[in-house]
Write a protein that binds this ligand. Structure first.
Ligand code: PMP
Ligand code: GLN
Length: 382
C-alpha cells in the first residue's frame, strides 16, 4: 500500500538529530534545550505525596482546580490581571499540546497563519495538518526584532492567526513594550487572533519586564497565551503546560484538548499547585538564577573565537562562528560535534528561507558548571 504523507517536509527534529549525534560522539550536549539542574526537592516530594494520596485517575479535562487556581494567582501577581479559573485556563500536556490545540481550534483549511522566522519547529506541522498555510516573515537576521512593516504586508483576508514567541527560541530576543503597542494597533479592527508562546516568561534579564500579551487588554481578548512548567521548574520531561484565553476561545480550545489527550498527568498537577503557591520565590528568582549562568557563560566564551550575540532572555546563547569556519550551519554543527566534542543547534532548520551567509549556532546554557567548563575547554581549542 502506498502511503501519501500528509507532512512531506517533516523529518526527525533537529533537537533529536543533534542529541543522538552528541551521544554517538560523547560530545558535551549544549544542543537540545533541557536543564541539567535537579528538579526542586519540594516538587519531587509533592509529586510523590500526590501519587500516594491517590491522585492517579483521570483529573478534570481542563486541569485540577487547585492548579488552575494557582495559575490564576501567579498570573495576577505577574501581570496584574486575573484570568477566570473555570473559563479561561486549560492545563495541557506541555506547551506543544497547547500550541497544537490552539491552531486546530481556530484555523480552518485554506486560511493563513503568520509565523516569524526563525520559528520553533512544532508550529508549521500543526498549521499544515489543519490544512492551512504558514506565511513566514523573517525577524531581523542580526537583532531578531520583528519587522512590523513586513508583518503588516503579509496580512491578507485569509490571515486567521499570528504567532509570536518572547523570549524567543532560538535567539533569546524579547518583544519590547513598543512592539506590543505596535502589535495592538496592527490587530485592532481585524479578525486576526494571536498565539503568544511565552514558555520562557520567567527568564528575562537585566531588570527588563517580560511583555506578556496578558498585560495588554486589547491583545489578551484575542489571544491564546501559552506557557510551560518544563522551563520554569527544570523538568522538560514532565510535559505540563497551560493556555490562557478568553472564554469563547477557551471553549473552542477545550474541544480539541478533550479529544486530543482529554486530560494531563494528574499527580504532577497537584505538585505544581503546591509549588506555585508555597514557593513563589522559585519563579520570581528564575531570571536572576539564569542571568548569573548567562554572564559566566559569556565571560568564558571570551576565551574562544566564537562571538556571543546579546541574550536578553531565555536560556540560549547564539554565537557567531565566522571567525572559526565558513561552513554552512548544519555542516558546522556536525563538524563541531564529531571533531571537537561540543554540540549546538544550527538555526537554518528554524527558517523557511535561512538568511544567506548566516553563521550562527545556538548553545544552551541551562547547564551546571561542570558541563559548561568541559564545553568551554573544548571550544577554546578551536
Ligand atoms: N515553544 C518554545 C519556544 C519552546 O522552546 C518549547 C520547548 N523548548 C516549546 C514551545 C514546547 O514546550 P513543551 O516542552 O512544554 O511542550
Ligand atoms: N524545545 C527544546 C529546544 O528548543 C527541544 C524540544 C524537543 O526536543 N522537541 O531545544
Amino acid at each position: 500500500m502506498q502511503i501519501q504523507t500528509k507532512l512531506p517536509k517533516v523529518g526527525t527534529t533537529i533537537f533529536t538529530v543533534m542529541s543522538q549525534l552528541a551521544a554517538e560522539h560523547a560530545a558535551v550536549n549544549l544542543g537540545q534545550g533541557f536543564p541539567d539542574f535537579p528538579v526542586p526537592a519540594r516538587l519531587v516530594d509533592a509529586l510523590t505525596r500526590a501519587m500516594q494520596a491517590g491522585h492517579n485517575q483521570y483529573p478534570p479535562m481542563s486541569g485540577v482546580p487547585v492548579l488552575r487556581q494557582a495559575i490564576a494567582d501567579k498570573t495576577e501577581r505577574c501581570y496584574r490581571w486575573r484570568p477566570d479559573v473555570d473559563a479561561e485556563i486549560t492545563v495541557t500536556s506541555g506547551a506543544t499540546e497547547a500550541i497544537f490545540n490552539a491552531i486546530h481550534a481556530v484555523v480552518r483549511a485554506g486560511e493563513e497563519v503568520i509565523v516569524l522566522d526563525p520559528c520553533y519547529d512544532c508550529y508549521e506541522p500543526a498549521i499544515e495538518l489543519a490544512g492551512a498555510t504558514a506565511v513566514h516573515v523573517a525577524l531581523d537576521p542580526v537583532t531578531f526584532a520583528p519587522d512590523w512593516a513586513a508583518i503588516r504586508a503579509a496580512i491578507t483576508p485569509k490571515t486567521r492567526l499570528l504567532m509570536i514567541n518572547s523570549p524567543h527560541n532560538p535567539s533569546g530576543a524579547i518583544f519590547t513594550a513598543e512592539d506590543m503597542q505596535t502589535l495592538t494597533t496592527l490587530l485592532r479592527g481585524t479578525d486576526i487572533l494571536l498565539l503568544s508562546d511565552e514558555v520562557y516568561e520567567h527568564i528575562v534579564f537585566d531588570g527588563v519586564r517580560h511583555e506578556s500579551a496578558l498585560l495588554y487588554p486589547e491583545l489578551r481578548e484575542r489571544a491564546f497565551v501559552i506557557s510551560s512548567f518544563g522551563k520554569t521548574y527544570h523538568c522538560t520531561g514532565w510535559k505540563l503546560g497551560y493556555a490562557i484565553a478568553p472564554p469563547a476561545l477557551t471553549a473552542e480550545f477545550r474541544k480539541v484538548h478533550q479529544y486530543n489527550v482529554f486530560c494531563s498527568f494528574n499527580p504532577v498537577q497537584h505538585a505544581f499547585a503546591e509549588m506555585i503557591e508555597q514557593e513563589p520565590a522559585h519563579y520570581e528568582t528564575l531570571g536572576a538564577f539564569y542571568q548569573a549562568r548567562r554572564d559566566s557563560f559569556r565571560q568564558q566564551l571570551l576565551t574562544t573565537r566564537l562571538k556571543p550575540l546579546p541574550v536578553p532572555g531565555g536560556y540560549f546563547q547564539l554565537v557567531d562562528y565566522s571567525a572559526v569556519s565558513d561552513l554552512p550551519d548544519l555542516e558546522f554543527a556536525r563538524w563541531l560535534t564529531v571533531e571537537h566534542g561540543v554540540t549546538g543547534i544550527p538555526l537554518s532548520p528554524f527558517y523557511a528561507a535561512p538568511p544567506p551567509g548566516q553563521r550562527l549556532l545556538r548553545l544552551c546554557f541551562a547547564k551546571n558548571d561542570e558541563t559548561v567548563n568541559r564545553a568551554i575547554e573544548r571550544l577554546s581549542k578551536l
